[in-house]
Design a protein around this ligand. Structure first.
Ligand SMILES: [Zn+2]
Length: 127
């Protein structure tokens, strides 16, 4: 399956999620530089699919590094930012569905499953 190029994927992430950073909620208005961040990091086998990418500011993307999405979400909360846990949960669910449909991604699957479980537990605890 053909995946769109980087600029197209960023535009699609904006259209899907709104033009704010998932991690710190700042508007990606040009003063804050927009990047696409891999929810499942490439080093964990995460694919360069739209379903694995969210719009994030360059600072958050860079500071997160290769950390898992839920670890980084918690770090953002510790810093007093307002990460969008609901958006993250939706993206993780959509990615799991895309992997289910397309197959493969054997390395990414266990990491993704663990992230989804942890996020569900966190959100239950917060509710
Ligand atoms: Zn940010």
């Amino acid at each position: 399956m053909r995946q769109p190029g980087r600029a197209e994927r960023l535009a699609a992430a904006h259209a899907r999620d709104g033009a704010t950073c998932l991690w710190c909620a700042r508007p990606l208005d040009g003063r804050v530089v927009a990047t696409t961040d891999h929810v499942v990091p490439k080093v964990r086998g995460g694919p360069s699919w739209l379903e694995n990418e969210v719009a994030a500011c360059r600072r958050c993307n860079g500071e997160r590094g290769h950390r898992g999405a839920v670890d980084w979400l918690q770090e953002c909360e510790r810093r007093g930012w307002s990460p969008d846990a609901e958006r993250l949960a939706r993206v993780l669910d959509d990615l799991a569905a895309a992997i289910e449909e397309r197959g493969g991604q054997r390395r990414a699957r266990p990491h993704l499953d663990a992230q989804r479980r942890r996020l569900a537990n966190l959100r239950r605890a917060a509710a």
